[in-house]
Design a protein around this ligand. Structure first.
Ligand code: 1GP
Length: 234
């Protein structure tokens, strides 16, 4: 049976192991009422900084999942593991190649009952993830919908992640994708830096992911938590 630990999440904070966060800020994030913390980043993630962040988050009860883009950072002890593939990459290693290499060596170590495949649609050309994965990010709405339906209807992925990292995306596009999904759970992340954007994004997705603003304006980040509880889904 597929893991479902993420299915009730409406709001999550994403913490980057490479970035420093004070104990006080981390406590505020963990006690904010968010549904979960995802640990992950597009560069500079190591086994050591991932262990360090997990051990600090574990002082609190909030669920915590790892987005595992490099199997060498596969720290045990998370509540769940997301394994990303980039749908609109120009290079097959970001879709399947790295995964095949990783499973050749580490498949026996993965806690499969807690592992979830995550199909990324990368839509901000300027983002690190777009550069690293060489994603064809400048898609029309119809193209983006078609990508999402390949993942949802053909491949039956459990999670589709619409990623605008660093930029607030087109809510029209995200809404169109959401309406077209048959079974995948939709994560939206990118540029959510206040309560009203949190509400907008939550209206057209299943889970919103709040990242950068944690490090730039903690109060604004915390305000996004309450905002999603007011949302009526489209
Ligand atoms: C990044 O989708 C997340 O992977 C969140 O994006 O950092 O822009 O909030 P931001």
């Amino acid at each position: 049976m597929l893991p479902t630990f993420f299915r009730n999440w409406k709001h999550v904070f994403k913490l980057d192991p490479e970035r420093s966060i004070t104990d006080a800020a981390l406590e505020a994030i963990c006690l904010s009422g968010t549904d979960a913390i995802i640990v992950g980043g597009s560069s500079g993630v190591t086994y050591e900084n991932t262990v360090d962040l997990l051990s600090r988050i574990r002082r609190y009860e909030v669920p915590c999942a790892l987005e595992l883009s490099d199997v060498r950072c596969g720290v045990p002890g998370f509540d769940g593991y997301f394994i990303p593939s980039v749908l609109n990459t120009m290079h097959t290693e970001w879709m399947i190649g790295h995964h095949v290499n990783a499973l050749q060596h580490f498949a026996h170590l993965l806690p499969w009952e807690s592992v979830v495949g995550e199909a990324y649609l990368v839509l901000n050309e300027e983002s690190t993830v777009a550069h690293v994965s060489d994603a064809r990010a400048n898609l029309t709405i119809d193209e983006a919908v078609a990508y999402s339906q390949v993942a949802d209807r053909l491949w039956r992925v459990p999670v589709l992640y619409v990623e605008y990292s660093g930029k607030f995306g087109s809510m029209e596009l995200v809404g169109r994708i959401h309406q077209g999904l048959e079974q995948a759970h939709l994560f939206y992340g990118g540029g959510i830096d206040n309560a009203s954007r949190a509400q907008e994004a939550a209206t057209v997705s299943d889970t919103i992911v709040v990242g950068n603003i944690i490090y730039d304006n903690l109060d604004a980040a915390l305000a996004t938590v309450a905002a999603v509880s007011l949302v009526i889904k489209e």
